[in-house]
Design a binder for this molecule. Structure first.
Ligand SMILES: Cc1cc2nc3c(=O)[nH]c(=O)nc-3n(C[C@H](O)[C@H](O)[C@H](O)COP(=O)(O)OP(=O)(O)OC[C@H]3O[C@@H](n4cnc5c(N)ncnc54)[C@H](O)[C@@H]3O)c2cc1C
Length: 488
């Protein structure tokens, strides 16, 4: 293309076909062209010339890109349908579950359905909304998630009662732990309350994970992680929620919310954190009906050409803003501090500053949400003037930090004042080991006060909340599990 550079070509492609995967072929060592393209067209991959032999250097890359594209592609559509009104929290619950479970789906409002497959499945009788229509034609009216999971063929029943390692939580930490457990030949089961991927699965673009210069979406990371752990024999149960832990001599027994119990030599808690709730009038009532915690990816398509408000000034809020700015008319970030730079990575602050339809409302907080059956307005208080103003709003996304939910371990595993699990050297105070500890050694790094029970990733007291850290801890914990099993 003598008249156009590859990057210019991809810029045009980006406008015409934003869903297309973008791969740049560059001359060997021309990383400047690749970096330019990463910044300008959100490149998915760059290939160096020469790419021969193609079955080593070209085909695997293209297959990988096609698989990622297919996982999110809505055009050649053979997936599920969700029929439900935008403002119904139940519709959001189902969409969120399908999105997190990587099940391709299309959401349609009940009014004016034209799709013949949907009309045929619904028949004459008005259905109880929301409805999920599965590719085999079965219709589920306002289903429970467990019912939907069953129908989708997700595995929720364990194949055995006893394992070497039970991992609770399938975020990056749990997936890494399961991978290393299985590759080392340990019988490993991975329990996930919602859908594999954890918080990282909500990230529209992770750019600081080593080895992915163009970044990758959390959904892609989750899908690849799950495929990898399954390949090595990890049993993945989802949805499956751990609700209790019992120490029975040598065995560690995990109780599930459906009444089942699983036992193992060792348990790894990789349960991460959850969004903190914004506790102001109107929030709880309108959650799922215009107010969402995280969920940027699930709800983005509903916000086309709307004004979107985001609460929060950390990286997750910044990523969401960058994601929404392509569909929404405007994105307004409400932040408590006077700027983003205090809480957000430098690369994201710089990016946001160049995007014209993102604006920041600093020194401010949301003090009320209003609306009958759906969000209609928010009240914002400006700290510097103490003025409050009511702003019309259809969509509010909240990213105000997160906290662990480890109540189910209370009384068994040591938690700090905020619920994070205490591990390793932090358990030894004034040279005294934790109460009840009866081994002739200190707790290992990442081990809790219960021998053989470990904590990794964001749920751990003092963890660095990053994908790389979670993957790192999930990987190295296997070394300590081995030590524990050998020296019991
Ligand atoms: C929107 C967003 C963007 C982000 N972007 C980046 C980024 O660009 N770079 C970066 O490095 N970090 C990023 N982070 C942070 C990163 O995602 C987290 O640090 C990382 O996901 C933590 O991994 P984890 O496995 O410890 O926990 P999580 O990812 O929180 O996973 C924990 C899993 O455990 C499950 N679980 C919890 N309790 C139970 C239970 N009782 N039973 C069964 N399952 C349970 C949860 O459902 C969840 O799936 C981002 C976070 C968010 C929310």
């Amino acid at each position: 293309m003598p008249l156009m550079s590859g990057t210019e070509f991809l810029q045009v492609v980006n406008e015409l076909q934003p869903e297309a995967r973008r791969v740049l072929l560059t001359a060997y060592a021309d990383s400047a062209a690749a970096i330019d393209a990463i910044n300008k067209v959100k490149l998915n991959h760059y290939l160096m010339k020469p790419w021969e032999p193609p079955d080593q250097h070209l085909y695997p890359v293209l297959s990988d890109q096609l698989e990622d594209w297919q996982a999110g592609n809505r055009e050649s559509f053979e997936g599920a349908y969700v029929v439900g009104t935008r403002w119904a929290p139940d519709t959001h619950r189902l969409k969120d579950f399908l999105a997190k479970s990587q099940v391709p789906y299309r959401w349609i409002e009940p009014e004016g359905i034209t799709d013949t497959r949907v009309l045929a499945a619904l028949g004459e009788k008005p259905p109880v909304l929301p409805v999920v229509i599965l590719p085999d034609g079965s219709v589920l009216e306002r289903p429970e998630l467990s019912q939907l999971a069953d129908k989708l063929g997700l595995v929720t029943i364990p194949s055995r009662r006893f394992y070497d390692v039970i991992v609770v939580g399938a975020g990056p930490a749990g997936l890494a732990c399961a991978l290393y457990g299985s590759t080392e030949g340990l019988k490993t089961v991975l329990l996930e309350r919602e859908a594999a991927g954890g918080q990282a699965g909500l990230s529209s673009r992770i750019e600081n994970y080593l080895g992915f210069p163009s970044g990758l979406s959390g959904a892609d990371l989750a899908r690849r992680g799950v495929a990898q752990v399954r390949r090595f024999g990890t049993e993945v149960l989802a949805p499956a929620e751990a609700v209790g832990l019992v120490v029975d001599g040598e065995y560690r027994v995990v109780k599930l919310s459906n009444g089942q119990e699983l036992a193992a030599h060792s348990v790894v808690v990789a349960a991460g954190v959850q969004w903190r709730r914004l506790d102001v009038p109107g929030m709880d009532r309108l959650t799922g009906a215009g107010i969402y915690y995280g969920a940027a990816i699930t709800e983005a398509s509903s916000c086309k050409d709307e004004d979107v408000y985001i609460v929060g000034g950390a990286n997750s809020a910044g990523q969401a803003a960058v994601y929404f700015c392509e569909v929404a008319r405007s994105v307004k970030m409400i932040v408590r501090g006077d700027s983003l730079s205090r809480s957000m990575s430098h690369y994201l602050v710089e990016r946001i500053q160049t995007i014209p339809n993102i604006s920041i409302i600093p020194n401010a907080e949301v003090v009320e949400a209003g609306g009958q059956d759906r969000l209609e307005d928010i009240t914002v208080r400006h700290h510097d003037t103490q003025v409050t103003e009511k702003l019309p709003a259809a969509a509010l996304f909240i990213f105000i930090g997160a906290e662990p939910h480890t109540e189910w371990l209370d009384g068994v595993v040591c938690r700090d004042g905020k619920g994070f699990l205490v591990t390793g050297a932090n358990l030894v105070q004034n040279a005294k080991r934790p109460a009840g500890w009866n081994l002739d050694r200190d707790p290992y790094l990442l081990e809790t006060n219960v021998p053989g029970v470990f904590a990794v990733g964001d749920v751990r007291d003092g963890a660095v909340r990053r994908v790389a850290n979670s993957v790192g801890e999930g990987s190295i914990v296997l070394y300590f599990i081995r030590q524990y099993m050998r020296n019991r």
